[in-house]
Design a protein around this ligand. Structure first.
Ligand code: 6CS
Length: 313
């Protein structure tokens, strides 16, 4: 059996590390019955293409990050709400791995697209890499922000007054270089491997978002698997949670060291609590918009996550 697995990121990325280890474990545990073929970013198109190919069954599985698949599956945009996560990444990761309401609500929504939810995990804090200093919402006035193409991501920068420019991942470097956009937001490892640091001057930790991805599968394919293979998948995805948690932390740390070395002129800014609160205030309309888009199941999910993350009213 061959299971084809798509990536939205290039070799060396968090998704690549994940897929290679997943492949190793599945092939070892299935004693040669299953081969996992990995399709790196670019070989089969952009993120949306990978999701479409998985719906069709051309790919059995793919990564689908919430910033992009949120436009297709509104419920998944819950993780595009600013400041939704807790301060504790171990807790965040465990909620992403186990929360019953999350798997029920998003699982049901994906079935409508012929897709099955396998897992969620974090790839790191989203860092704004920009050409001007941004420490307060007003600094986004007249600022052109590249965004992933999801309604809530777009609105979450528009509320600060930014112009938002949706672009696929592969075009972000060129757009920064040609001054078509003034900044973008991604985890540190991505800023290093996609070379965004070469064409931006500031890296700003705002605490606003954490890069959240999912692994989804073709529903008909999944249902056709033997009980033994379903168990193999379930157990392996569960084991992968701790593995990738540590790997993404280590990779983000190592890539930050590299950026500092390659670009001594880069300015690094971490927003203070008070500065973060000024941005946090703009989250209220984004939450309301989420409930409008994702309806009653979305409202239930948001409530369950607020509880799980210990968010105050
Ligand atoms: O910014 C993006 O579009 C992308 N960023 C990462 C780190 N992974 C995939 C996604 O498409």
């Amino acid at each position: 059996l061959v299971w084809r697995f798509g990536l939205e990121e290039i070799d060396g990325s968090v998704q690549d590390i994940y897929a290679k280890e997943f492949k190793r474990r599945i092939e070892e545990k299935s004693a040669g019955q299953v081969t996992v073929d990995i399709y790196s970013y670019g070989t089969l198109g952009e993120s949306e293409d990978l999701t479409a190919l998985t719906s069709l069954g051309t790919l059995q599985m793919t990564h689908a990050s919430v910033g992009i698949i949120g436009s297709l599956v509104p419920e998944m945009q819950v993780f595009n709400i600013p400041y939704i996560f807790s301060q504790h990444d171990k807790l965040n990761q465990s909620v992403l791995t186990n929360n019953a309401t999350l798997y029920e609500v998003v699982g049901n929504a994906l079935i409508d697209q012929e897709l099955r939810l396998m897992t969620f995990y974090l790839e790191g804090d989203m860092v704004w890499s920009t050409n001007t200093e941004i420490v307060k919402p007003d600094d986004f006035k007249d600022f052109r922000m590249r965004v992933m193409n999801s309604p809530l991501v777009i609105e979450s920068f528009r509320v600060y007054g930014a112009d938002t420019i949706p672009l696929p991942y592969s075009q972000v470097y060129g757009a920064l270089q040609a001054n078509i956009v003034d900044g973008q937001s991604n985890p540190v490892f991505s800023i290093e491997e996609m070379k965004f640091y070469e064409v931006t001057e500031y890296m700003i930790w705002s605490g606003k978002q954490k890069f959240t991805t999912s692994v989804i599968a073709n529903q008909a394919w999944y249902l056709s698997l033997s009980a033994e293979h379903k168990t193999l998948l379930r157990d392996t995805f569960e084991e992968m949670s701790d593995f990738i948690f540590e790997k993404q932390q280590a990779l983000n740390k190592a890539q930050l060291t590299k950026i500092k070395e390659f670009k001594p002129s880069m300015t690094f800014i971490t927003l203070t609590r008070a500065q973060q609160n000024a941005f946090r205030k703009f989250s209220v309309p984004i939450r309301e918009r989420y409930i409008e888009l994702a309806g009653q199941p979305g409202e239930r999910l948001l409530k369950a996550l607020d509880e799980a993350f210990g968010n105050k009213k």
